[in-house]
Design a protein. Sequence first.
Lengths: 186, 478
Amino acid sequence: MDDEMIVRLYWDRNETAISESSKKYGAYCTAIADHILLNRSDTEECVNDTWLHAWNAMPPHMPSVLSVFLGKITRNLAFDRFRKLRREKRGGSSFDVVLDELAECVSGSDDTERRWEEKELIDEINRFLSHLPKEQRYMFLLRYWYADPVSDIAERFQTSANNVSVTLSRVRQRLKRHLIERGFDV
Amino acid sequence: MKKEELFEALEDVNANDVRKAKEYKRHKTPVWVKWTAVAACAALLVGAIVGIPALGKRNRKQTEGSVKTVSAAYPAPVAVNLSAQDFVESDEHWNWWNAYRTKVKASEDLQNGIDGYYAAIMREVLPAEEENTVCSPINIYIAFAMLAEVSDGNTRQQVLDMLGAPDIDTLRSNVSALWEGNYADTPVFKSLLANSLWLNAKYQYNDETLARLSEQYYASSFLGTPGSPEMDEALQEWTDKHTGGLLHEYVKEMKLDPATVLEIVSTIYYKAQWTELFLPGNTTQEVFHGTTGDTTADMMHRTDTLGVYRTDTFTSVGLNLFDSGSMYFFLPKEGVDVNALAADPELLAATKYSEDNEKWSSPLVRLSVPKFKASSRTDLLEIIRSLGLTDALDPALADFTPLTTDRDDLYLSAAEHAATVEIDEQGVTGAAYTALAVAEGASEPDEEIDFVLDRPFLFLITGRDDSVLFSGIIRNID
């Protein structure tokens, strides 16, 4: 079923919307949650919650890219759960590595007075990404949006994990420089 | 800002890019007509012979019967009915790849323990004056592991020491992991390992030892009369078959001494394609400054962002091989002798990327690599002696009781290794590749360097698990 149809089902309050979403994007969302949580039952719960949140979000939302709209909900839910679990006990997972890599782009301090809005920051990151070569942009998003393992990314690009790590490391350094030069004291 | 906040903020980046990233898959593998970019093979022959040469001669006239053969069962090839191109695009490739990756992982973990052996064998085998030298460290490792199985006491201990294994059980698990991580037989990538035992019908062998060699080392066995034409013919045929005929110039001279009690022959045959091909239209004729003078070489060219490792003595660049490991080229700094690189302590570090090491960088590399085919044959007896394997060479000290107790004067009488490596831009058929172009990742480089292999250089070919499959020094190109 195409995405437009699925969105219409949500708007029509037709519950088939959920089974169709699950059929088409279940695996997609599961992968995102799994890379963050690395735990089957937590992952399943996040994905099930995704459909519920989507149900509540549409209407009023009319997403243009349904996969990413749903993926974003999953990513959010999984990350919330990750933080809750970390507070409780666990840590040191491979997702922590993703976060530690991102730490290279930021100062790590609590910003008491932020001189910019999050929206401006996102616009700047988007501008940065749009100027990156396509493959570097995709590598960055696979790692920091989907939290994909480096080895998976290497396979997708038919290259070595070393190569992916080098590329990501350079992109992170460049992002940090880019943001600082434009007055974002991240 | 905290890293968690940045992760959250990133959720709002351009949704179209996020979608496309997940749909993207690099298709750099064009029509796979002739897919060989690197073809290599090696054979190692290790003979344990009775220590009385005269006896062998006297027995030469003995009955020369046929050769009894028990073939080992090798893993079946994958997707034999598919063309290389169809295979790469099929689910079978993904299924194979996922299974292979798991095996590679197991083998990766033991590579650090083997590094000392790799370094030692290259240091001993590669230096020379004028001729090119090639060897296959993994091939020598597996053959000597089999020698450890048929020996005991201090003889075995010295073999274990040379291979860097604390005990025979560790060695067994090493070999089985190496085998699993390096055995591949698909339409696009071949790394075929094989072993054989050549036995003398005159003797009684220990069944348990032979069974272990057959099961754990996939060794086929051949029983007959060493020195007979039938057995020599069988030996040459088997070795040719398992080295793809690439070493025929040496194989045709292989013969079993009539005094042979056991000969171990171990082989590797390897064929892989560059992940990013060289365009044949870019290949030019250029001067190669060899140790015996200048010659003309077919120089392949490519420009790409590549991982480069730089030390005071060399610069190295690695090129990925599809579904396999990499081939690394080491160019000595001006004034450094290429022979010195064979013993360079940082040789293997240049095959293992680490983010913390500032010797790594990713500049835009204008690469020039000569096409070459290099073969060499090495007598390993003196080499293993200098690596501490001495008892096996002495009939009075050698202990081969796990093999047979028929005689107590067995010793290692011959150890010969031959290897060949050939590289070219193959896989490329003219027009089919115009769409291929240079990877986009090459833009905005911080630095650009030339890497021109127009003078003697060293190379390493590694498996996916970082095993050193082949290494060599190219001093001259005919």
